[in-house]
Design a protein around this ligand. Structure first.
Ligand code: ADP
Ligand code: MG
Length: 260
């Protein structure tokens, strides 16, 4: 650090984010600055707003107050804006292609085989040639350890295999941000490790990631930063060593102890 140099632009800035479902406020004044390349473990008990928060980043949810700044795009209650211009639906779709998302349920297209699952968006949304998309898909299938499954339909794969395919699909367009919402919580324990290994080895790789997880050992292993939500409020946010080492609240201490 040279002290005088301007700090790199953050990857994601949450500024006073508030979100309601009807009368119910589920996010309260959430603020956090996520540096480029950070791996943020998003922790908190069920119902604390973790899924809602990450879904706001890729515009699967709208919100009522505050904003989220992602690169040159500002997400606001009135829409996504770039400079002073509101993004069209098409531009929002393009914005989304730079953000990969992996859900708890694997969300593969059941009527498409693995290869078609992977090439659908790059070809359909970004207009890649089929050859280019297939080449990248095969490369990613090899990297997630499933090079022989391109013809398989999702229903013939184990949950762990489906989730590895879902991660490969999310990586097809080399997103600069990856969002994971409890990627292993629908899996049997013996399949969890293979998916976490793929997340760690492949999906993180220098990109900025938000990972909602209950796997505290995994969070301790991979997270550079930790956010703890409690009833829609950020109770902890900072470098992982600080949050794990010296949580601010007794409640977080107990949470870390109870969750292992
Ligand atoms: P977490 O992922 O931490 O378990 P969620 O973000 O799913 O929490 O939910 C936060 C709160 O918002 C909960 O009270 C939940 O019931 C509520 N909620 C989530 N999604 C909806 C929805 N689509 N409609 C109404 N309430 C919702
Ligand atoms: Mg959730």
């Amino acid at each position: 650090m040279t002290g005088t140099s301007e700090a790199a632009k953050p990857a994601i800035t949450f500024l006073g984010l508030s979100k309601f479902f009807g009368q119910l406020q589920v996010l309260h004044d959430v603020s956090a600055v996520v540096p480029q390349g950070a791996t943020v473990a998003v922790l908190g008990s069920s119902g604390s707003g973790k899924s809602t928060l990450v879904r706001c980043v890729n515009r699967l949810e709208t919100f009522q107050g505050g904003e989220i700044i992602v690169g040159d795009v500002r997400l606001t209650p009135d829409g996504a804006v770039h400079g002073s211009r509101k993004l069209s639906d098409r531009q929002v779709a393009t914005y989304r292609t730079d953000i990969g998302m992996v859900f708890q349920s694997f969300n593969l297209f059941q009527h498409l085989n693995v290869l078609k699952n992977l090439i659908e968006a790059p070809v359909g949304v970004l207009g890649w040639s089929k050859d280019k998309a297939i080449e990248r898909a095969r490369d990613l299938l090899a990297k997630v350890g499933l090079p022989d499954k391109e013809e398989a339909y999702p229903s013939r794969l184990s949950g762990g295999q489906q989730q590895r395919i879902a991660i490969a699909r999310a990586l097809m367009m080399e997103p600069s941000i990856m969002l994971f919402d409890e990627p292993t919580s629908a899996l049997d324990p013996e399949l969890t490790g293979e998916v976490l290994n793929v997340v760690k080895a492949l999906a993180l790789g220098g990109r900025t990631s938000l990972i909602v997880t209950h796997e505290l050992a995994f969070a301790r292993d991979v997270a550079s930063h930790v956010m703890v939500l409690d009833h829609g409020r950020v109770t902890e946010f900072g470098p992982a060593a600080e949050v794990f080492g010296q949580p601010k609240s007794e409640r977080t201490k107990r949470f870390f102890q109870s969750a292992g």
